[in-house]
Design a protein around this ligand. Structure first.
Ligand code: SAM
Length: 222
C-alpha cells in the first residue's frame, strides 16, 4: 500500500525539523514554506516514498530536484521577503520555484529542457502557484523582460558569474549561484549589489549542482 497525504505531511514536518531547523535554518518564512510545499508532487515518478529523504532525487532527463536543505539554505541566504520579485534559473521540477512562490510576490523561473518545463508547469498549476511563471529557455542570460530582480537564485553550477545576471539585480539585490571550474563541484557564492558596478561577494561553502548550460554558462549538451 502506498503512502497517503497524512504520511507525507508527517514526513514533511519531520524533514523541516531534522534537516532544516536542527541544521541552523532559522528564517520562519523559509521553514513555513518548506513545511507547506509537497515535495512528493515534484520528484520523479516512483520516487514519492523518498521525497523527504535528505537527498537530491531524479526528475528525468538526467536532472535532479535539489536536496531540501540546499533549497532552504539558498532561499534563507538570499533573504527573500514578501514583496520581492525573484528569478530562479534552472527550475527543474518546479519545487524551489513553488517554495519561493509561497514567500515572494512574484517568481520568474526558467528551465532549458522543454520536457521538464511542461511537467513543472502542470504541477505548479495543480498546486495553485499563481505567482510563479515558468519559461523555457537559457536562463544564463537572465530574463530582461522582468528585471530588475530583488533576488536571483541559480540552481545549476556555472563556470563564472554571468554578467547578465549581475546586471539584472536591483540595487541591494542578492544573487545566489554555485560557481566552479569543475562541472560538478562548486562554491556557493552570494553577491549583493552595492552600486551600479559594485558587488560584495561571500563564499557560503562547497556544493554540487548539475551544470548551467548556456551562453553564459558551460557550453555543450550535458
Ligand atoms: N530547482 C530545481 C528543482 O527544484 O527541482 C532543481 C534544479 S536542477 C539541480 C538544475 C536545472 O537547471 C536542470 O533542470 C537543468 O536542466 C537546468 N538548467 C541548466 N542550465 C540551464 C540554463 N542555462 N537555463 C535554464 N535552466 C538550466
Amino acid at each position: 500500500m502506498g503512502l497517503g497525504p497524512a504520511d507525507f505531511a508527517r514526513a514533511r514536518a519531520h524533514m523541516v525539523k531534522t534537516q532544516l531547523a536542527h541544521r541552523g535554518v532559522r528564517d520562519p518564512l523559509v521553514l513555513d514554506a518548506m513545511g507547506k510545499v509537497p515535495r512528493e508532487a515534484f520528484v520523479g515518478e516512483g520516487y514519492e516514498e523518498f521525497a523527504y529523504d535528505d537527498l537530491p532525487l531524479p526528475i528525468g532527463d538526467g536532472q535532479t530536484i535539489s536536496q531540501p536543505y540546499v533549497v532552504a539554505l539558498m532561499i534563507e541566504a538570499a533573504g527573500v521577503r514578501a514583496g520581492d520579485v525573484v528569478l530562479e534559473v534552472g527550475a527543474g521540477s518546479g519545487y524551489a520555484a513553488a517554495v519561493l512562490g509561497r514567500i515572494a510576490a512574484r517568481v520568474v523561473a526558467i528551465e532549458r529542457r522543454p520536457s521538464l518545463v511542461e511537467q513543472a508547469r502542470s504541477r505548479l498549476e495543480r498546486l495553485g502557484s499563481g505567482n510563479v511563471e515558468l519559461h523555457s529557455g537559457d536562463g544564463s542570460r537572465g530574463w530582461p523582460e522582468a528585471a530588475p530582480f530583488d533576488v536571483i537564485i541559480v540552481s545549476a553550477g556555472a563556470p563564472a558569474v554571468p554578467e547578465a545576471l549581475k546586471a539584472q539585480l536591483a540595487p541591494g539585490g542578492r544573487l545566489l549561484i554555485p560557481v566552479g571550474r569543475s562541472e560538478r563541484y562548486q562554491k556557493l557564492l552570494k553577491l549583493v549589489r552595492k552600486g551600479a558596478a559594485e558587488y560584495a561577494t561571500e563564499n557560503l561553502g562547497e556544493v554540487s549542482f548539475v551544470p548551467l548550460i548556456g551562453e553564459q554558462g558551460w557550453t555543450g549538451k550535458a
